[in-house]
Design a protein around this ligand. Structure first.
Ligand code: GLC
Length: 570
């Protein structure tokens, strides 16, 4: 067999005196950490020649591991169809024309990402949340968080390194399989951990794992988003590698079924959205994000779509598939109709009558117009819109949340028109939502009395800090993916430029504080892995927009929107 052609096109020397190289094997570019002593002798002549070149040259080409054809058999929703010509959903049709000139930060970011890898019995199984040795309090930042690993996983997949992702998916599945108890209460079988930690015993030379399902987390909340991210990542892995065998394994099929059974079981619900406790997602402290928060609904929708494309139609899967299809339909109607807010809709709510009885009610949830906060009248542009934070009886949370709105675009929970409007709003309210560091986790911050009541006086979540209107660099990858999907990569370009001006210099903080995100967050960790990985993913998607296909999906044909709302662009 021919030896794979290997060519080193970049080198970077890191502080631990090992080399990071980008190697090309059979046309696929990969970043490799190379031990300086042992591995150099294994490199071929071309490698050594390249290592002698002083100026790093990095010209990554389109990666060819993306196998549309093999995955299409698996996918029910992902058939490519063009929308209004401006969209290229699965494989963006525009050319970014952004000649890929590697920023010096890229190699630094890769070094830091490699350093954050966590091993279990010699195999990489994830990345730790933060590699911040300067910080006195480690808390649980030395653990592998499921949600935090997602951008790391995407970076590895885009770099042609799926092994760590596969290991992670299987390891977390094993963890899911264990009995989970908090005090005397047994958690649902489908629950996925928020995080896990690998314990090395140097004497016995054994590795073991402890997982946290919410029993150790601040506030003791189960992470509803973990299971959704797990399913979404399984699809990304399958889509990126074309390896159907992982998703087809009985244990993965079972894992998906268990996660979704938790959410699809019948109860007293009158809405198709999922009822949650505060703090059950990325915003994992009390922030008034309970009830039916957009952050969870959008992820739920995306996980349902992903599972629908991967579940087998066998005896066990068939019934679930049926439920998923119905739920997707009901959810898209509900969300597109009741969570959507634009200028016209705001005006309609402002003029709502209350106390309307019976199914003819226009004000279905009895929202009292007086409860509309003042800021939203100024915030709402004439052109643009977004999914509000929450809708439940007489309670509309008008706050804008980044993750939910970006995931709504990527999952096609938003119609093409709504997706465009979300991007219009981000452009129109750039100073508020992006400011000096992308991207605000939510807008605006809760202040004074409201902060006291809603957060329970949480000192970490003071106004314009952390979850309360802080700016999170990790969200850059979501903004970039949404920008590319909607055919507006210039939005991502602007945001990436802002991140590049500060992120490395500031030591990859977890979050920034202040109205425009100018200050490194009060208690922000440095070398926060998802800030690093989020940047890399954003860069790689800009360089090769087909990567967005891993994390984006088509609108299902039968889920056509019911346009019973006015749209600001008409
Ligand atoms: C914080 C964040 C959470 C993240 C964790 C680890 O608790 O709120 O979203 O997963 O840190 O980085």
């Amino acid at each position: 067999m021919d030896r794979p052609k290997k060519k080193v096109v970049l080198r970077a020397v890191n502080s631990m005196s090992s080399l990071s190289t980008i190697v090309e094997e059979n046309g696929v570019k990969r970043m490799r950490a190379v031990n300086s002593l042992t591995s150099i002798s294994e490199l071929d002549d071309n490698d050594l020649l390249a290592l002698l070149v002083d100026r790093p040259r990095l010209k990554l080409e389109r990666k060819n591991s993306y196998d549309e054809k093999s995955f299409s058999e698996l996918s029910l929703y992902d058939s490519a169809h063009s929308l209004d010509g401006r969209f290229g959903w699965e494989t963006p049709t525009f050319s970014i024309n952004d000649s890929f000139d590697p920023h010096p930060m890229v190699s630094k970011a890769w070094e830091a990402l490699f350093r954050s890898q966590v091993y279990f019995r010699g195999q990489p199984v994830g990345t730790i949340a933060a590699y911040d040795h300067a910080s006195e309090e480690v808390l649980n930042y030395d653990q592998v968080f499921v949600r935090d690993f997602v951008p790391s996983a995407l970076a590895f997949l885009m770099n042609g390194e799926p092994e760590i992702v596969k290991n992670f998916l299987l390891k977390t599945l094993q963890i899911q399989g264990h009995e989970k108890k908090i005090d005397r209460f047994k958690l649902g079988d489908g629950a996925m951990p928020a995080s896990f930690k690998v314990l090395h015993n140097p004497i016995k030379k054994t590795d073991s794992i402890i997982a946290d399902f919410g029993e150790s987390a601040i506030g003791r909340v189960a992470p509803v988003d973990s299971g959704f991210w797990w399913i979404i990542l399984l699809r990304a892995y399958t889509k990126s590698t074309g390896d159907l065998s992982l998703a087809e394994r009985p244990e993965c099929q079972k894992g998906m079924r268990l996660i979704l059974s938790l959410c699809l079981s019948e109860g007293f619900d009158t809405f198709p959205t999922l009822l949650c406790a505060d703090g059950c997602s990325m915003i994992d402290r009390r922030m008034g994000v309970y009830g039916y928060p957009i952050e969870i609904q959008a992820l739920f929708f995306m996980a349902l779509q992903s599972a629908h494309s991967m579940l087998k139609q066998d005896a066990e899967g068939k019934e679930l598939m049926d439920k998923i299809g119905k739920r997707l339909n009901a959810m898209s109607f509900h969300m597109r109709s009741y969570f959507w807010l634009d200028f016209q809709q705001l005006n309609d709510i402002y003029r709502y009558k209350t106390e309307e009885y019976s199914h003819t009610a226009v004000n279905k949830f009895n929202v009292i117009p007086d409860s509309i906060p003042d800021w939203v009248f100024d915030f709402m542009p004439l052109q643009g819109g977004y999914f509000v934070g929450n809708v439940s009886p007489a309670r509309m949370d008008f706050r804008w949340f980044a993750l939910g709105n970006c995931i709504a675009i990527l999952s096609s929970l938003a119609t093409p028109e709504q997706s465009m409007a979300i991007m219009d709003l981000i452009e129109a309210r750039w100073d508020e939502l992006v400011g000096e560091m992308p991207l605000k986790i939510c807008y605006p911050a809760l202040e004074s009395h409201e902060w006291r009541i809603v957060t329970g006086c949480d000192p970490k979540n003071t106004r314009w800090s952390y979850h309360n209107g802080g700016s999170w660099p990790v969200l850059l990858w979501l903004l970039t993916a949404a920008s590319i999907k909607t055919g507006r990569p210039q939005i991502a370009r602007r945001a990436i430029d802002l991140a590049e001006a500060r992120l490395l210099k500031d030591g990859w903080p977890e979050y920034y504080d202040g109205k425009s995100g100018r200050f490194i967050g009060k208690q922000a960790r440095k070398f926060q892995t998802w800030s690093i990985a989020g940047y890399l993913v954003a860069k790689m998607m800009m360089e090769d927009p087909t990567h967005v296909g891993m994390i984006s999906m088509e609108e299902e044909k039968h889920m056509k929107p019911v346009l019973n709302r006015s749209f600001s662009w008409s």
